[in-house]
Design a binder for this molecule. Structure first.
Ligand SMILES: Cc1cc2nc3c(=O)[nH]c(=O)nc-3n(C[C@H](O)[C@H](O)[C@H](O)COP(=O)(O)O)c2cc1C
Length: 184
């Protein structure tokens, strides 16, 4: 298990081939077994491929051009990366009316679900990156509207998935846990 966790990487370059439907369903099934408070199962998944993904690209392009008017190269490289992404899954979490604690717990549960998807993706020979910023559009209303999410949902992750076209060989640097741990 430790080996799998150490090997997991953010993959951002993908081959153009499609991800098979059964593999997508396995990713979604993996997510649904994540721990969650009071069994609210607060996640929802929006699967974008083909035409819907092309429309997403346009939404991302419009947003990036407005957000970074002086950085056309940044906009172009971000959109190029999207064009080579065969599958996007946007994951949302349920907002609990008048209950900030429960809403936060839902976010934690959905984050756990995304981690399960990430590990499952690697197990299936796929690569994945969880994006929030830039083309991730998680903090923007544009993507929320585009996928048709309700006001009772918040976006947690834009998962870019595909067969890896890169192998990351650089060492995975992490601060040793001893420096992040207080034994009481
Ligand atoms: C909540 C969250 C948001 C992230 N947002 C982005 C993002 O917007 N763009 C991106 O390229 N990577 C994003 N990442 C991926 C991280 O950059 C990546 O996990 C980190 O560099 C560590 O690399 P590793 O996953 O290979 O260990 C995000 C990861 C998390 C958990």
């Amino acid at each position: 298990m430790l080996d799998a966790l150490k090997k997991r990487r953010a993959i951002r370059q993908f081959k153009t081939c499609e991800v098979e439907r059964d593999k997508i369903e396995t990713l979604l099934e993996a997510a649904t077994y994540a721990p969650n408070d009071r069994m609210r199962e607060p996640w929802h998944f929006y699967v974008l491929q083909g035409d819907s993904l092309k429309r997403y690209e346009q939404v991302a392009l419009d947003y990036l051009q407005k957000r970074f008017p002086t950085k056309p190269h940044l906009v172009e490289s971000s959109i190029e990366a999207m064009k080579k992404t065969p599958l996007v899954i946007v994951v949302t979490s349920a907002i609990v009316d008048h209950d900030e604690g429960a809403t936060k717990d839902n976010t934690f549960a959905v984050s756990s679900a995304i981690m399960s998807m990430w590990l499952m993706a690697e197990h299936l020979g796929l690569g994945m990156v969880w994006r929030t910023r830039g083309v991730g559009l998680v903090h923007e209303t544009a993507l929320h509207q585009f996928i048709g999410a309700s006001d009772e949902e918040q976006l947690i992750g834009t998962l870019c998935i595909g067969y890896p076209a890169e192998e990351i060989t650089t060492e995975k640097k992490r601060t040793p846990f001893a420096e992040k741990t207080t034994w009481l």
